[in-house]
Design a binder for this molecule. Structure first.
Ligand code: TPP
Ligand code: MG
Length: 677
């Protein structure tokens, strides 16, 4: 559908510090035009919500324009990075796109930039470095840090703009991100939009009396100051100077913008918690009428009135266009869950002669290969630098590749994962090591809700490898032994590989690295040093996305993965030797997406199914496998499937208890013998 032509003034989306210094009437008019459009659009969106034409909810930016409009005009939209909040419509309008694109987002129609998969202001423009927000407050800050660093690593003098509210200032992610940006000297302008409320919660219930949020900057060793966003010109000048400093010094800055929330938290908010007269007092401070009077004195009433009429007519024409745009279609939703497959990278066929390596060494070899051949790669994680990682998988990488390609991270899994997501969105391909898989729960929002949903809701690729040293049997207790595959794969959007041999680990790393999606790489700690095996370049490394036949037999189809493959193989050998009962044993290797074709062919032949995994049995990954196989092969099954996992308990510490908890050779043998009957 053709979009209405915008008024000429809306072609101007930039503002310079010099224009502000010179009190340029054209610049004042430009600021007013965008503020007027943002306010009118927010107001009309609210009306249309109340008429039932916009669904979900709407969180307006009325009162925040004095901050967001000058800032978006001052940014260098050709290189800078931003993630607006739910008060940032004015910023979105300026940053990129046509007004209709943004309205289509609210109407959730066929023209919506998120293909109507996300509502109201949860959109962005990843191609232009506007990162689409997720609702979870504070989470986007580290994404901005990463995408800004990505720009800098490519040699572009970019600045990032990361917004959060007074409420979001209490989140751990906000702290982690400010600390990370300071530590890494990332040129990010952090802006607290302090409108003194988080939904119904006043700042007096958010942080201590007398606290001024900008003063927290000192604790991070960065510059901080406050601005009054109802004084549009003063605010714009301070922003211009701060952006300039950050661009030059690459140091982050924390700005507390005292701003307004004129229309309550969201459309449904009646504001009945406000004190008497509070709303009226806020409206009395509304920056728009004050700034309008200022502009009127600079350009005269006629010019102003004519411009506003033009803007209002444009808005109405755009609303009419958006309203006529067809409703969205569910077609393509499933296909868009993952970024499409890409051709293999042009890897060098090295090492060509096999080396005898442990799995930890094979992974190290894979990381070296990636770092040597792919400049967009980087490796990050706790203690992975000089120390070489808790399991020594990254040993020597820092010495050979140096910072910033091999970088220790602070103890901040959420922000570091968010930073990696930002780098991935910027065109890098980070590989993040979690010290133990268990600590990835600290980054659950970043992984499950942010990275995993990105392609579906924005079309942006997020090539990210998350290395997860997992599994038990090593007397580490519940916080260092978990199997998290069913937790993570219970949500859509992640791929997952779980190799059981050094060669598969090497192949899996390459396959995960070149995938355009977030990939979990489960690495069983018990396998890191279990013997050495030949590892070399394998042109068929992508086969790791499919199961591998480990033993052959006709009695039953046996499916497992990870460390359990070795247990299963031993037990299969025992049954073949002692009972002349042979199993068709498969190492699943890829847990998501599942490619079960070869296993199904086996099951069609054997009619019996055994599924074994190390994690908890109830709600375990085996439940999904058994369900899928049983659904498709129910009529040909000769026996009820046998599903073996750990007890439904946290991983106990003492070896005797852990033995009782997890599948062992003895228990597996007994259960199989009983099942065979
Ligand atoms: C982590 C998290 N918890 C709760 C919410 C629900 N929520 C949405 S907006 C909001 C208030 C946010 O207040 P503030 O950060 O001050 O931003 P404002 O809405 O005032 O602009 C809350 C609690 C959320 N989005 N994220
Ligand atoms: Mg607030």
């Amino acid at each position: 559908m053709a979009f209405p032509n915008p008024p000429a003034l809306l072609a101007e989306r930039n503002l310079s510090a010099a224009e502000l210094e010179n009190n340029s009437p054209a610049a004042l008019l430009r600021i007013h035009a965008w503020m007027h459009l943002a306010r009118s659009a927010d107001n009309r969106i609210l009306e249309l919500f109340r008429q039932g034409l916009i669904r979900g909810t709407v969180t307006g930016g009325q009162g925040n324009e004095g901050l967001i409009v000058p800032l978006a005009l001052l940014a260098d939209k050709s290189i800078d990075v931003v993630s607006f909040t739910h008060r940032g419509l004015g910023g979105h309008l300026i940053w990129s796109g046509h007004l209709c694109d943004h309205l289509n987002q609210y109407f959730a129609n066929a023209g919506s930039p998120t293909k109507a998969r996300e509502g109201n202001i949860h959109h962005g423009d990843p191609a232009h470095r506007s990162l689409p927000m997720i609702s979870h407050l504070g989470v986007m800050l580290s994404n901005v840090a990463g995408a800004t660093d990505s720009q800098r690593r490519f040699g572009r003098p970019a600045v990032g703009f990361a917004f959060f509210g007074d409420g979001a200032s209490s989140t751990g992610d906000t702290h982690e991100s400010l600390n990370l940006a300071s530590l890494l000297s990332l040129p990010v302008v952090f802006v607290v939009e302090n409108n003194r409320y988080a939904y119904s919660t006043p700042v007096s219930e958010q942080y201590g009396a007398g606290v001024e949020l900008w003063r927290r900057a000192a604790g991070y060793g960065i510059e901080g100051f406050a601005v009054d966003a109802t004084d549009v010109e003063g605010c714009a000048r301070a922003l211009a100077a701060a952006i300039d400093r950050t661009r030059k010094t690459s140091r982050p800055v924390l700005i507390e913008a005292h701003t307004l929330r004129l229309r309550g938290h969201a459309a449904y908010d009646t504001g009945d918690y406000l004190l008497p007269g509070e709303s009226e007092a806020a409206f009395a401070r509304d920056p728009l009428p004050k700034f309008r009077a200022r502009v009127e004195s600079a350009v005269g009433p006629a010019r102003l009135v004519a411009l506003e009429a033009e803007l209002d007519a444009f808005l109405e024409a755009c609303l009419a266009t958006a309203l006529e745009t067809p409703r969205p279609s569910p077609a393509g939703m499933s296909a868009d869950l993952f970024a499409p497959p890409t051709p293999p990278l042009p890897w060098k066929s090295a090492p060509s002669t096999p080396e005898s390596l442990s799995m930890a060494q094979a992974l190290n070899l894979g990381l070296r290969k990636i770092l040597a051949e792919r400049p967009e790669s980087l490796v990050l994680g706790q203690d992975i630098g000089r120390y070489g990682g808790a399991f020594k998988v990254t040993e020597g990488l820092l010495a050979d590749f140096g910072r910033p390609r091999v970088m220790n991270t602070p103890l901040a899994e959420s922000a570091c994962t968010g930073y990696a997501i930002g780098l991935a969105l910027g065109g890098h391909r980070p590989i993040e090591e979690f010290q133990f898989a268990d600590f990835s729960t600290e980054a659950a929002t970043q992984i499950l809700l942010n990275a995993a949903t990105l392609h579906f809701r924005s079309g942006a690729a997020c090539p990210l490898v998350l290395r997860l040293p997992c599994g038990g049997g090593l007397t580490f207790g519940s916080f260092h032994s978990q199997e998290l595959e069913s937790l993570f794969l219970g949500m859509p959007g992640l791929k997952a590989l779980y190799p059981s041999t050094p060669q598969d680990a090497f192949n899996a790393l390459l396959a995960a690295f070149e995938d355009d999606n977030p990939v979990l790489l489960f690495e069983h700690k018990g396998l890191y040093r279990r013997g050495k095996h030949p590892v070399a370049w394998d042109a068929n490394y992508r086969d790791v996305w499919s199961p591998k036949a480990v033993r052959t037999g006709d009695f039953a189809t046996f499916v497992t993965y990870g460390e359990m493959v070795h247990l299963a193989a031993e037990v299969c050998d025992y049954f073949a030797a002692e009972y002349e009962t042979a199993f068709d044993l498969f190492d699943l290797r890829a847990l998501a997406p599942l490619r079960l074709g070869a296993i199904e062919e086996s099951l069609a032949r054997t009619g019996r199914l055994v599924v074994l995994h190390e994690g908890r049995r109830t709600h375990g990954f085996g439940a999904e496998l058994v369900a899928q196989f049983a659904e498709r092969h129910f009529t040909s099954l000769k026996a009820a499937p046998l599903r073996i996992g750990a007890l439904d308990l946290p991983v106990p510490f003492a070896p005797e208890l852990e033995q009782a908890f997890r599948p062992t050779k003895e228990k597996l043998t007994d259960q199989l013998a009983a099942w065979i009957g």
